[in-house]
Design a protein around this ligand. Structure first.
Ligand SMILES: *Cc1c(COP(=O)(O)O)cnc(C)c1O
Length: 420
């Protein structure tokens, strides 16, 4: 989907000057849009016990995370580095949800020390821990009706969560071990645009949680329905109706927990920041091979979703309107044929020097970048509420690329070949 009108009307008038002064490629995010989406979510649950935790992995830039923390968002972390980033930003205790999988004892200890709300993904791991968090929550494996709607895999193939039929046992076990406060977690959707399916998936987790809690003789303080809400990447996609989703969740909570009002938690990443970023590139080559091809100065290393998943990202040439159109591939420079931002897309015929925008890069964009082929990750800029453009991460250079390399290696183990 083309970037929002609000973002476009603030960005386009300054874009040519910005590119002339700063160069390309870079991701630029719209602070105003990000805050507005967070507020829309919080507003839909007004008067209800609700907390959104931004999934750090989607856009782990300290400046964006700080903006969200200031709006009252929590942070959802899944690794020690994300946890430390959250703590360095001043997040503490229940500002943080730690929902990991294949967790190591070391990272569990870190989450415990941070006082985060911890989700246990794995029964075996839970049984190995000696110290329990204040509130014990388990992640439910994708299951039941809603599981079929997801990209998370079905119940028989998933690596996530505790199988539904083992839940009563694990909550009983937790109680036996002295836990007195409980939550439940279930994330069944991935990039889900249908409110009906997303609401069914969340309702499923709420219902199952209520049933399990009753059978295990525990009370749930919160139900965490995870993230996984979709954004309209394609021009024809209908935006997700968050208000309707919130209403469905509140209704289901009231049906499943009459009289009690357990908190509803969410861990949305993509929904919050995804639409509020674009990758700004310049066309550097235009050729005709078996296909029409325009090469841009960014690569898959700046945005891997199209190459990796075949994901659609809208692409535009905002200053080439009115030119004859052509069906064309927009490609990067990696020595990988999958390094294409768009395939067979109808666009005004690109010329060398044109600015090309790749839309919806605000989540799982820069964050998934890598440095293969020495094509390094580009800068991240932020368009502030006041209309300034600030650099929130510089582009990587060769010193970053080599920062972890040893030019004069030290032995970590002396092999037999060193003996005389
Ligand atoms: C990835 C992930 C999220 C965020 O997913 P989005 O699609 O960005 O909303 C939230 N919770 C968990 C456990 C995740 O793995």
């Amino acid at each position: 989907m083309p970037a929002s009108e609000e973002f476009t009307t603030r960005l386009l008038p300054i874009l040519e000057d910005l590119v002339a002064a700063y160069g390309t490629p870079f991701h630029i995010y719209d602070a105003r849009g990000i805050v507005a989406t967070h507020r829309e979510m919080a507003g839909a649950f007004e008067g209800e016990p609700f907390q959104q935790y931004f999934a750090v992995k989607a856009l782990p830039n300290p400046n964006v995370l700080r903006l969200l923390l200031e709006e009252g968002s929590g942070l959802d972390c899944a690794s020690p580095v994300e946890l430390e980033l959250a703590e360095r930003l001043g997040a503490q205790g229940e500002d943080i949800v730690f929902t990991s999988n294949n967790t190591s004892p070391h990272e569990y200890a870190m989450a415990l020390k941070a006082g985060a709300l911890i989700t246990f993904d794995d029964r075996a791991f839970f049984e190995r821990t000696d110290e329990l968090p204040e509130i014990v929550a388990f992640r439910v494996s994708p299951h039941g009706l809603a599981a079929g709607s997801s990209l998370m895999g079905d119940a028989t193939r998933t690596k996530f969560g505790v199988p539904a039929e083992e839940l009563v046992d694990v909550y009983r076990e937790a109680r036996r071990r002295g836990a007195r406060r409980f939550g439940v977690h279930g994330m069944i959707c991935a990039n889900e645009l249908s409110v009906e399916r997303a609401a069914r998936a969340a309702s499923d987790v709420i219902e199952l949680g209520a049933r399990v809690a009753e059978q295990a003789g525990v009370e749930l303080e919160y139900v965490n329905v995870g993230g996984g809400l979709g954004i309209p990447y394609r021009p024809g996609d209908v935006p997700f109706d968050f208000g309707a989703y919130a209403r469905a969740i509140i209704e289901q909570r009231d049906r499943s927990f009459p009289g009690a009002r357990p908190r509803v938690l969410m861990e949305c990443g993509r929904y919050v920041t995804g639409p509020h970023g674009v990758l700004v590139t310049t066309v550097i080559n235009r050729s005709r091979k078996a296909r029409e091809i325009a090469g841009v100065d960014a690569s898959m290393s700046a945005l891997m979703r199209p190459g990796f998943y075949g994901a659609y990202h809208h692409a535009t040439l905002p200053f080439a309107q009115g030119r004859p159109e052509v069906e064309i591939d927009l490609v990067g420079a990696l020595c990988e044929n999958m390094d294409k931002f768009a395939v067979g897309r109808t666009l005004p015929d690109p010329r060398v020097g044109d600015i090309a925008l790749i839309h919806d890069t605000g989540a799982h964009g820069h964050a998934m970048g890598f440095t293969y082929n020495g094509r390094l990750r580009p800068a991240e800029l932020l368009l502030t509420d006041g209309g300034d453009v600030v650099e929130i991460r510089r582009a990587e250079g060769i010193e970053d690329y080599l920062a972890t390399a040893r030019w004069r290696p030290e032995p970590v183990l002396s092999g037999t070949w060193t003996r005389t």
